[in-house]
Design a binder for this molecule. Structure first.
Ligand SMILES: N[C@@H](CCC(=O)N[C@@H](CS)C(=O)NCC(=O)O)C(=O)O
Length: 246
């Protein structure tokens, strides 16, 4: 379990939910003490420079490639799924048995795949180019995502959730929190496409509601700490990339 003294430090871009939200939701659900470092004022060591310092001069150990980055005591970790599998046992957000932990990671890595494909709907050529410079390709990529990939991913997660309250059966876990965020993001980014898909995922929609009602999550969503979705994050609402209206 967590050292009661540990105040976790999250390093993530301060103006977007992005992948950082998948970590914030764990910390908030569990009521764990944490500092969202880049959202602190620069005079308190915050702002984007704090992230850049962490990337440029990381403490000893495997250096992080990109945010989100979690600092827990002396340990610095990157990669969302890796951070989740580290925090899960500490925050009581994964069952204790080996099989459940491995299945949690399997589901989380598949969520990472889905998140990457959502990102690629607006940046299909390169993350280093502006959306406006790859808009044609983005239209094609988004249409294919909504027609083929999204139903395949959602069908998979629906099967995983069916018949149980949570993705890992009767136990709530960090995977539920990430699934909640992905469903919120999809509904924001692709209101028409998601509405079409929603009829096929009753178990996931029930899960989304169950997570939203968890006390830590509900308090967080109602707070100023929850940034709104915007067009700099992963889930962007570009009407031209959504499904056509029926
Ligand atoms: N697979 C990584 C992806 C990390 C990532 O792409 N982070 C973005 C923000 S959401 C970033 O800042 N990337 C900078 C880069 O790739 O150069 C994870 O799941 O954490």
């Amino acid at each position: 379990m967590s050292n009661p003294e540990t105040v976790y430090e999250l390093y993530y871009w301060p103006s977007i939910q992005g992948r950082g939200e998948l970590i914030r939701l764990l910390l908030e659900d569990a009521g764990a003490p944490y500092r969202d470092v880049a959202r602190l004022p620069p005079e308190q060591g915050g702002g984007v420079p704090a992230i850049l310092r962490m990337l440029k001069e990381p403490p000893p150990g495997a250096p992080p490639f990109a945010p989100p980055i979690l600092k827990a005591g002396d340990l610095v970790l990157a990669q969302v799924a890796n951070i989740c599998q580290f925090l899960g046992p500490r925050l009581g957000l994964v069952p204790g048995d080996e099989g459940s932990r491995a299945h949690a990671l399997q589901l989380q890595l598949t969520i990472a795949d889905l998140v990457a494909e959502v990102h690629d709907t607006h940046h299909p050529i390169s993350s280093a180019l502006y959306y406006e410079d790859q808009q044609e390709a983005a239209r094609e990529r988004a249409a294919s995502f909504l027609a083929q990939r999204l139903p395949k991913f959602l069908g998979y997660f629906e099967r995983a959730a069916a018949g149980s309250p949570y993705l890992l059966g009767s136990a709530h876990s960090y995977v539920d929190l990430s699934m909640f965020q992905v469903l919120e993001g999809l509904a924001y980014a692709f209101p028409r496409g998601f509405e079409g898909a929603a009829v096929t995922i009753p178990s996931l929609l029930a899960l989304r509601q169950r997570v939203a009602e968890r006390p830590g999550v509900a308090a967080y969503l109602a707070s100023e700490r929850r940034l709104p979705f915007n067009e700099d994050g992963i889930f962007r609402r570009y009407p031209e990339l959504d499904a056509a209206s029926s």
